[in-house]
Design a protein around this ligand. Structure first.
Ligand SMILES: Cc1cc2nc3c(=O)[nH]c(=O)nc-3n(C[C@H](O)[C@H](O)[C@H](O)COP(=O)(O)OP(=O)(O)OC[C@H]3O[C@@H](n4cnc5c(N)ncnc54)[C@H](O)[C@@H]3O)c2cc1C
Ligand code: FES
Ligand code: FES
Length: 471
């Protein structure tokens, strides 16, 4: 039995915890404003907001209800379009109408939820971010100009206000007034939470679900009646900290949490921008680092970045713990050095040294909301112009996320020069075994990797390189 608040209604249900929230909302609660489009996290028609109580404040985030198991909303507030609707159109809805931002209307609830969620999750409002908040929503018939104008118009209602609160949103009719009571109601509800669902011991033989953004794309039907173990709420598996000169990221930490971590922003100023290439906001709000690693996709973006940071995995089965380099974790296509009962508790890597450099490159068919054809990351340390440490990864060019060991050996103790970089790119292409598929031919991927190796150096050391000689 789980308990949660759906819009303004408290729900207690013993429906299977593995069904998608989308199906529960539409089929059991008959709230059909949330639409079923792709069922793969790609279209945003099913977007909802999830409010969780953190330090007695409710923090909302958008999510794709088609990829979210019902069991994950225990003790939370779920907001669908019906929970935003009021007697009259809200300012967001009115702006969409006035600016010609809707035609058939199928996508519109998703856009309204994402944009309203933006106001609910940001104290300082800016139009560019408001537009970006809809990056997981696709409209097939209206075109985006009117939708963008509507976003800008909605933000103009807060001109001059430095910080906006839930009270401001209720006063301006962006939200119904029941939102003001949600914190108190969630405090009561969380007392009822069933700890055996997660956080109480380790999964044993249960199927482990984290963000669900891989599992629910692959096999949502077979998960309905599985005994699931939900780790997205296990606090010990979340968070980013510094321990013994290493940065440690809990296995259930989401991509959004990584993007917004002050620690990571300090040491990797471009990372937030790099991660904008990872799915959409609702996907990043749910997708976790542990899921990215265990999914073992050869083109996983976090895995690619972590390989170049020479990361260590911290595995546990509750009784014993062990550590292993990420580069040694992949034994073959989707074959891992991991026992059935082990989970990834955390990932750690050394804090970048002074005079170190990091770069991530990803080429995909579409710039945003697409998986990579080929990706690559490089971490490099210089001392007196000499490369004293370097790690390079390559994705999409082998059955596993690849660590380029021979390229590293070649680069160590060398000066950066056009010749060295060209030779390194050649060695990198000799380490790979790409196959031709929908993402490109083997020849194309080989060429891409070569260019990405060059791109690392061109971006990081433009002053040391004659680009004309290289490309
Ligand atoms: C629309 C869309 C866009 C996407 N875009 C990208 C992209 O740009 N880049 C990219 O890299 N990926 C992308 N993905 C893939 C996916 O979001 C990521 O791989 C994500 O990190 C998976 O994490 P999760 O928590 O959702 O995993 P889940 O689906 O919950 O789990 C995946 C697997 O990992 C296991 N698992 C999860 N956590 C742990 C743990 N801590 N210990 C042990 N096992 C664990 C699960 O049992 C399961 O086998 C996208 C997916 C979708 C649907
Ligand atoms: S139905 Fe398309 S993202 Fe969920
Ligand atoms: S209004 Fe028809 S799909 Fe967007």
């Amino acid at each position: 039995m789980i308990n949660f608040i759906l819009n303004n209604k408290t729900i207690s249900t013993d429906s299977p915890l593995g069904i998608t929230l989308l199906d529960f909302i539409r089929k059991e609660e008959h709230l059909t404003g949330t639409k079923e489009g792709c069922r793969e996290g790609d279209c945003g028609a099913c977007t909802i907001l999830i409010g969780d109580l953190i330090d007695n404040k409710v923090k909302y985030k958008s999510a794709n209800s088609c990829l979210m198991p019902l069991g994950d909303v225990d003790g939370k507030h779920v907001v669908t379009i019906e929970g935003i609707n009021q007697d009259e159109l809200t300012p967001v809805q009115e702006a969409l109408v006035d600016e010609g931002g809707t035609q058939c209307g199928f996508c519109t609830p998703g856009f309204v939820v994402s944009l309203t969620g933006y106001f609910l999750t940001h104290e300082a409002i800016n139009p560019i971010e408001a537009i970006d908040s809809m990056n997981g929503n696709i409209c097939r018939c209206t075109g985006y100009a009117g939708i963008k104008r509507a976003a800008i118009k909605s933000t103009s209602l807060f001109n001059g206000l430095k910080r906006i609160s839930t009270e401001d949103l209720v006063n301006k009719k962006f939200l119904p007034d029941y939102f003001l009571e949600i914190p108190k109601r969630l405090i009561e509800l969380q007392k009822l939470r069933d700890k055996s669902k997660s956080g109480n011991g380790l999964p044993d033989k249960r199927v482990l679900v984290s963000g669900g953004t891989d599992l629910y794309v692959q096999k949502w039907e077979s998960l309905i009646d599985e005994d699931l173990f939900f780790i997205s709420d296990v606090n010990e598996l979340k968070g980013i900290s510094i321990e013994d000169n290493r940065i440690k990221i809990g296995g259930a930490t989401t991509v959004s949490e990584i993007e917004n971590s002050p620690i990571l922003q300090q040491y990797f100023p471009n990372l937030k921008n790099d991660l904008r290439l990872f799915g959409s906001i609702p996907i990043r709000n749910r997708a976790t680092i542990g899921g990215n690693i265990v999914n073992a996709s050869p083109i996983g973006d976090l895995t690619n970045i972590l390989l170049a940071l020479n990361s260590t995995l911290h595995l546990t089965n509750g009784k014993s713990k062990r550590e292993i380099f990420l580069k040694d974790f992949y034994k073959g296509y989707k074959t891992l050095d991991k026992l059935e009962d082990e989970i990834i508790a955390a990932v750690s890597f050394r804090i970048p040294r002074e005079n170190s450099f990091f770069n991530f490159e990803k080429v995909s068919k579409r710039t945003y909301l697409d998986i990579a054809s080929v990706n690559s990351s490089m971490y490099l340390e210089l001392s007196d112009g000499i490369i004293v440490e370097v790690h390079i990864s390559a994705g999409g060019v082998a059955p596993i996320p690849l660590y380029l060991a021979r390229t590293r050996e070649f680069l160590l103790n060398k000066n950066i020069s056009d010749e060295v970089i060209s030779d390194a790119a050649e060695i990198a292409t000799s380490e790979i075994s790409p196959i031709s598929d929908a993402r490109g031919s083997a020849e194309y991927k080989t060429l891409l990797l070569r260019q990405l190796i060059l791109a690392h150096f061109i971006k990081l050391f433009p002053e040391l390189i004659d680009i004309g000689e290289l490309v």
